[in-house]
Design a protein around this ligand. Sequence first.
Ligand SMILES: Cc1cc2nc3c(=O)[nH]c(=O)nc-3n(C[C@H](O)[C@H](O)[C@H](O)COP(=O)(O)O)c2cc1C
Length: 330
Amino acid sequence: MKNLFQRVKSKLHALIFWQSSIGDFANKMYDLKLFYKYSFKNNNFKSKESEIAFLTKQYHIVEKGLALPNPRLGFGKEKINLLVDRTKQYYKKNGDDALVISIKNCLLEYIEFNKKNNVKIEGDYFKSITDFIGLNKNHNEGGTLEINKTDLQNRTNIDFENFVKSRFSVRDFAEKDVEIEVIKKAVNIAKYAPSVCNRQSWKAHVYTQKENILSLLKIQGGSNGFSDNINKLIIITTDTKAFTKLESNQIYIDGGLFSMNLVLSLHSQGIGACCLNTCFPFTSEKKVKQIGTIPENEKVIMMIGIGNLKETYKVAISRKKDLTQIMTIH
Ligand SMILES: Cc1cc2nc3c(=O)[nH]c(=O)nc-3n(C[C@H](O)[C@H](O)[C@H](O)COP(=O)(O)O)c2cc1C
């Protein structure tokens, strides 16, 4: 009896705590703790992931500079010096991996652009770049790509409006298993989502075991009444190691963009999906990470319950707001 009383008392305390602003504060502190523990500052890397994120961010400055209508000749000297210097250090440890090759290709295009515009490729600055990159273009990754409007129109000639409007959150699935290959295909499409300086810090954890799925959904709490129906569970996370100061919000933005792309990709593969919130205390996030074997440095963005479609099923209409309520022309 005493035990039961104590259990009820502690549940009540927890409930009051998480409903109060102190609970919100504690959640924010947890997020900040993760951010400061794992993110990187300037060129100070605590992990290979942060080093990769920094180099990606830095060479993307060159890539996007080259895609401007009128790039300034010799642009980005300071940033490129830092890029070359840091890439050399990375190269010593990792050799010519896909990242280094992309950086070299991008810098080669930078040199060619300057040459074409009669800039003399001489002096310490250009020499340090050319010494590092060599002069062979290895493949087409890194740098810019020329798009032909007609080709593009052919590739985008789909009924996107109908496609988007035909997606609903599905909570009633067929029993048939969703094949892993189909999920792989959807994730492979979803990775084309935009991300801050192309850092692509998202992860998709796919759970296939019923017992695991149910334990995770029990913590989530928003799938009551259909958790048994969910065939596979995807947890989207973002790696805090990929971010630097002033970027803590980007964790959620990039994770959200990837999640949306994934939901649409699953829809394109004929798989039903329902996003599932992670509006829970950080203590629950820790439990999710423990059960889901998700590393501490990843921030949980959302869960997505998926399943094959029944021949007929019901969905909530979830009426959309009128255009006038969401759009302001300034
Ligand atoms: C981040 C996020 C969290 C959500 N969490 C839940 C949830 O826990 N349980 C649920 O049944 N639906 C959840 N949904 C689904 C929403 O209820 C649904 O997207 C909304 O009503 C719009 O309907 P639609 O997806 O059919 O357009 C969530 C959606 C999002 C984007």
